[in-house]
Every structure is written in structure tokens, then in C-alpha cells.
Design a binder for this molecule. Structure first.
Ligand SMILES: C[S@@+](CC[C@H](N)C(=O)[O-])C[C@H]1O[C@@H](n2cnc3c(N)ncnc32)[C@H](O)[C@@H]1O
Length: 229
């Protein structure tokens, strides 16, 4: 695992992941991620994250200034920026150096000790204990042989009463047939979320282009879930 930078200026996006056999960016090579980052630049935070943050804010005893989150597959930072805007401390993680580079260079990012960044692959992720794990549209890109470990790592990282926000991808999604992807049936997705109270579990199926303009069938579970105490 790479050493988290404590502020944007100290981040070295080109630094290799030291604990795995390959640099982190090699694990994220099956799509043109820079083209994806171009396509989504400037987009607002994901609805699942916003819902989770609203639920935290609705709790009068909650103080975002002391809360920590991990944003797995942060990309160019749409969700990380919203977490920072709301006062959270964030560890933003991605396997592609261009994601970290774009996050560092965002015009709307003021230097802050509340942001740490890490170049790391999903397949070898290690996480600190946090109030929120956010993983928007990222988990299916984990290799299937590493997915169970990744999910256990996520569940273990979330404090009791904390939340998971993000997406699991379904077995009827076009990308489910790709050998390096991790997709779940509805039953499997619900099983993964045992031990959580489901605050949002929406199964979404539709045909539409992906961010790069390729038509596909989408089968996605949008999840906001609170870990039982
Ligand atoms: C579809 S993008 C989602 C980005 C952002 N969360 C969003 O909602 O727009 C998936 C992200 O996961 C990262 N990624 C893909 N495979 C990965 C892997 N095996 N390890 C680490 N990161 C990976 C990509 O670099 C990309 O930033």
C-alpha cells in the first residue's frame, strides 16, 4: 500500500503501491479511465453519497468536523469534494494515477489537512476504521478472485452505526460477462449487506450509453446502508 499523503502538495501520483506485486494503476487498466475522467469532469456528487451525508446530518449528535470517510475509486473527486465541503476528513483512494493527479489539480480544492490521497488497487486494499465508506460505481472493477476480501475489508472498516454508500453491479449488466469484473445477483447483493440496515437499496435496470458513449445494459444496485451496532 502506498503511503497516504497528508496534503495535496505531498502526493506523488506516480508512486507505486509497495505491498502488491504490481503498481496500482495496472489493476485499473481495462478501461480508458482518463477518457472517463474527462467525460464526468464537473459533475455533481453521486446521489447515494448525498443521501448518506443527509442521513448523518439529520442526527443532531453527529459532528462532521470529527468524522472520517474513505472514498474508494474517487476518480477526479466529485464525491471527495462534497465530503470536504461538508466538513468531513477524507482518505481518497484510486488505482489510477491520473485520478489522483486530477483531484490534486482541481480548481475548487483548497489545500487542507482534511484530505489524504492514496494510490492503491482494490485487490489489495487496507482501510482505516471510518464512519463512512463511499464507493461510487467502483466495486465491479475489482477482480472476482479478490472481491470477497475487498468486501470484508469494507465491512470491517465501517464503525458500528456508520454507513456504506455506493453501487454494486448486477448479473444482468452488459459488463457482467467480462472476466475481470465483479457482479452480483440481487440475492448475493442482499447477502453482502447482512448486518446492515438498508436505507436505500434500489435495483436499476435500463439501456443507456456509458460515460464514453458505448451503449450498454445497466443493472445496478444503488445502496445506502447503516451498519448495525
Ligand atoms: C467508474 S469510475 C468511478 C469514479 C467516481 N467514484 C465516480 O463516481 O465518478 C471507477 C474508478 O475506480 C478506479 N478503479 C478501477 N479499477 C480499479 C482497481 N482495480 N483498483 C483501484 N481503482 C480502480 C478507476 O481509476 C476509477 O477512478
Amino acid at each position: 500500500m502506498t503511503n497516504p499523503a497528508t496534503n495535496p502538495a505531498r502526493t506523488d501520483p506516480a508512486a507505486p503501491a509497495s505491498s502488491s506485486s504490481a503498481p496500482a494503476f495496472r489493476a485499473a487498466w481495462t478501461r480508458d479511465w482518463p477518457a472517463y475522467f474527462d467525460a464526468v469532469a464537473g459533475k455533481p456528487p453521486r446521489e447515494t453519497l448525498v443521501r448518506a451525508l443527509d442521513l448523518f446530518d439529520a442526527d443532531l449528535s453527529f459532528d462532521a468536523q470529527t468524522a472520517q470517510a474513505v472514498d474508494i475509486g474517487c476518480g477526479e473527486g466529485r464525491d471527495t469534494m462534497e465530503l470536504l465541503r461538508r466538513g468531513w476528513s477524507v482518505l481518497a483512494i484510486d488505482g489510477h494515477p491520473d485520478a489522483i493527479r486530477r483531484l490534486v489539480l482541481r480548481q475548487d480544492l483548497a489545500p487542507t489537512p482534511r484530505l489524504r490521497m492514496q494510490l492503491a488497487e482494490l485487490e489489495a486494499l487496507e482501510l482505516p476504521r471510518v464512519r463512512l465508506v463511499n464507493a461510487s460505481f467502483t466495486l465491479p472493477f475489482c477482480r472476482p478472485d479478490a472481491f470477497d476480501r475487498l468486501w470484508r475489508t469494507i465491512v470491517d472498516a465501517i464503525e458500528p452505526g456508520g454507513r456504506f454508500a455506493g453501487q454494486l453491479f448486477g448479473d444482468r449488466d452488459t459488463w457482467a460477462s467480462l472476466p475481470d469484473r465483479s457482479h452480483q445477483t440481487g440475492e448475493e447483493a442482499e447477502r453482502l449487506l447482512k448486518g446492515f440496515e438498508l436505507e436505500r437499496f434500489d435495483e436499476d435496470e435500463h439501456d443507456a450509453a456509458d460515460a464514453e458513449g458505448q451503449d450498454k445494459h445497466w443493472h445496478v444496485f444503488h445502496v445506502v446502508a447503516r451498519k448495525c451496532a
